[in-house]
Design a protein around this ligand. Sequence first.
Ligand SMILES: NC(=O)c1ccc[n+]([C@@H]2O[C@H](COP(=O)([O-])OP(=O)(O)OC[C@H]3O[C@@H](n4cnc5c(N)ncnc54)[C@H](OP(=O)(O)O)[C@@H]3O)[C@@H](O)[C@H]2O)c1
Length: 282
Amino acid sequence: MKTLVIGAAGQLGLAVVARLAREHEVTPATRADVDLRNPRALHAFVLDRRPQAVINCAAFNNVDASEEDQEAALDINAFAVGTLSRATAELGAVLVHFSTDFVFAGTAATPYTEDDLPEPQSVYAQSKLLGEWVAADNPRHYVFRVESLFGGPRTRSSVDRIVDAVRAGEPAPVFVDRVVSPSFVDDVVDACSHVLRTGAAFGVYHCVNSGAATWLDVGREIARLLDRPETALKPISVRDVPLRARRPQYAALSNAKLARAGYPMPSWQDALGRYLNRRYAA
Ligand SMILES: NC(=O)c1ccc[n+]([C@@H]2O[C@H](COP(=O)([O-])OP(=O)(O)OC[C@H]3O[C@@H](n4cnc5c(N)ncnc54)[C@H](OP(=O)(O)O)[C@@H]3O)[C@@H](O)[C@H]2O)c1
């Protein structure tokens, strides 16, 4: 499949390019190739390359900065997705787009499903939800909601921050009251490859590793896997860290729909183990 990857220099984009190249004819595109804030250039760029699929890994991901710079958040997370949607529809191509657990309020007690009503609590979350809606302007679309991504070739995720602190024996602050379903980029890319290969029904999918955990749970598993003491973990509450933008506190997602489409995601513990093995393999 002739596949154009937008946002190819980001955490997920780098993994998509590296892993999909095994079975796709991949064209990576970075900011240097096309600016997502220039709709005409973006539209022409996609039409010119005539892909069969566009995978959009680009985003304005700074949740707090989005409260100040709403224009950038909307331009990149929503309007550019509309342009990609339109261009891919004109070509009869598939659009793969990534969204976030942040579209939910975070007040649930069980993992959110794709049928649950989004209630975005921040400008970033609003812009990402709008992006989902305009992605659907191309009927041949997949929107994968991911969260707490880790494992990309660029190590700057929350998981990596905990790993680095635990290894260094430095204090690693971990939330005891934020519940997440982390997403390992390798598993996200493989799920993406699966739906493209099998022609799974178009629509929204929760694409997270199975299970739910507080960041303290994640920290404990990291310490166990690295065979380091848990003493470096510094349990904190969301109340201890006032942030500009509101975040969902309970953000676990159910990936049952993806499993029904033939791709059961491994557990977050299994994913962490594979990531740390890869990162520290002798
Ligand atoms: N990271 C997470 O924990 C997380 C959680 C939930 C959802 N997601 C979603 O998952 C997807 C991938 O996230 P990620 O962590 O891989 O993102 P990332 O590492 O921040 O990468 C985003 C990429 O978008 C590019 N970009 C931003 N503005 C651009 C513009 N105007 N023109 C062209 N390119 C532009 C950036 O280019 P530069 O490299 O040049 O800046 C960067 O390479 C996104 O849709 C994100 O919203 C991520």
